[in-house]
Design a protein around this ligand. Structure first.
Ligand code: ADP
Ligand code: ASP
Ligand code: MG
Length: 430
């Protein structure tokens, strides 16, 4: 029996009962002969509450202090979980990210892991302990300050530890039974996916399926760590995310590889905003200086479009989308460089939503794009921006249209399940 890393999200440890339930599950894995490393998130919506609290004392909290505050959430759950395990008669020790050897760069609020040195975790395991690690945090290599990895970052902590400890699997326990063909909170008829490739999962995650964080999937692909996403509330098998499809035994044909679906699913995202830079001179270098300004402010963009230049004015508009949380920073940075760039005005719109269709089968099945746009048109949804990759089509619409659009596309591609409705066991969806 090898080493497993288990990650429990906030909804799985929302209260004392949740912590005790999870503790039992961890002890089961230990009793089955595994060495167990657990990564735990803050209880319930604690992180959101801490963010709200910070906002009440300062409109722009300093990154260092903000991170110090947020990591407190995971410290509470790690200590309580270790206590609950000890209460069941098993040895457990809790560790902060820093103690667990999670070394990051020094970009507060969205630090990247640059090294993992889990010496203390190894020792704890060798001594027969269950190791509990606070997710979503590390320590910066140069300044030795406490950092956080960005929202949902405990997923990344789990995969990074699984890679560093050479775990056989990284189990992500959450409040739904796995990865579904759409968010079960929006599409009741969403279907659980048994296996999905790293590539399709990466696209779903970066398009807004927050069941797994994009960076965590990237990390897992790089180190080839299989992820098993499953519910901490049920005993069901969940979704395997890995490079190769698993082999299943069938009665008629013997061993068969699980087939990859043409379309993996529909993702949606209402966490982005759109900025339009109006009246940009239509000459070389303009887009470069706009996006250099945004990059220097350390903001990641998503979609970009430039409208056709109106020949009579020699001016053009450039729109792009970015996380709402970065909106203020982007507007300020552009305003500061207004004369250097030379535009007329800025428009900010945070009432947008994005819908994406993901599947490797798009490459070889003509007509997917046409069917996608037909489904949106039949649902009366107006499209504002379009972007595509080899295995994804995304559109931006009004935020109010997103639910309707996701359901329409899900049905149009035959993804609706005809059996059990997808279960959401907990969480507030915040
Ligand atoms: P945790 O607290 O366990 O980290 P999250 O809230 O981050 O949980 O992620 C789980 C949630 O992700 C689910 O409750 C569900 O609403 C949402 N979700 C979005 N897209 C999907 C999808 N395709 N499959 C499953 N869950 C999804
Ligand atoms: N508690 C952090 C958050 O809510 C990290 C996590 O849950 O993964 O974003
Ligand atoms: Mg999460």
């Amino acid at each position: 029996m090898g080493l497993v890393v288990q990650k429990y999200g906030g909804s799985s440890v929302a209260d004392a009962e949740g912590i005790k339930r999870v503790a039992k599950r961890i002890v089961e894995a230990k009793k089955n002969g595994h060495q167990v490393v657990v990564v735990v998130s803050a209880m319930g919506d604690t992180t959101d509450e801490l963010i709200d609290l910070a906002g009440q004392v300062s409109p722009m909290p300093a990154g260092r202090e903000f991170d110090m505050l947020l990591t407190a959430g995971e410290r509470i759950s790690m200590a309580l979980l270790a206590m609950a395990i000890k209460n069941l008669g098993h040895e457990a020790q809790s560790f902060t990210g820093s103690q667990a050897g999670v070394i990051t760069d020094s970009v507060h609020n969205k630090a990247r892991i640059i090294d993992v040195t889990p010496g203390r975790i190894r020792t704890a395991l060798d001594e027969g302990n269950i190791a509990i690690v606070a997710g979503f945090q590390g320590v910066s290599q140069d300044k030795k300050d406490i950092t956080t990895l960005g929202r949902g970052g405990s997923d990344t902590t789990a995969v990074a530890l699984a890679a560093a400890l050479d775990a056989e699997v990284c189990e992500i326990y959450t409040d739904v039974d796995g990865v579904f063909t759409a968010d079960p909170r929006v599409v009741k008829k969403a279907r659980k996916i048994d296996w999905i490739s790293f590539e399709d999962m990466l696209e779903l995650a970066s398009s807004g399926s927050k069941v797994l964080l994009h960076r965590c999937v990237e990390y897992a692909r790089r180190y080839n760590i299989p992820i098993h996403v499953r519910s901490s509330f049920s005993g069901l098998q969940g979704t395997w995310v890995s490079s190769e499809p698993p082999v299943r035994k069938t009665q008629q044909q013997g061993d068969q590889k699980v087939e990859q679906a043409i379309i993996s699913g529909v993702a949606h995202d209402t966490s982005e905003a759109k900025i339009t830079v109006v009246g940009v001179p239509d000459k070389p270098g303009e887009a470069a200086s706009i996006f250099r300004t945004i990059a220097d402010a350390e903001i990641n963009l998503d979609m970009v479009v430039q409208n056709v230049s109106a020949a009579s004015t020699g001016l053009t508009d450039i729109s792009f989308t970015l996380p709402k949380t970065e909106g203020r920073k982007a507007i300020d940075a552009l305003e500061r460089n207004k004369h250097g760039i030379g535009f007329d005005s800025l428009r900010y719109d945070d009432q947008i939503g994005k819908i994406s269709l993901v599947g490797a089968g798009m490459k070889t099945n003509p007509g997917v794009t046409a069917s996608f746009f037909e489904a949106l048109s039949d649902a009366g949804v107006n499209i504002e921006l379009i972007s595509t990759s080899e295995i994804r089509i995304s559109v931006v619409t009004r935020a109010d249209d997103v639910t309707e659009a996701v359901r329409a596309v899900h049905t149009a591609f035959g993804l609706d399940s005809d059996s059990d409705e997808a279960v959401v066991y907990g969480g507030t969806g915040r």
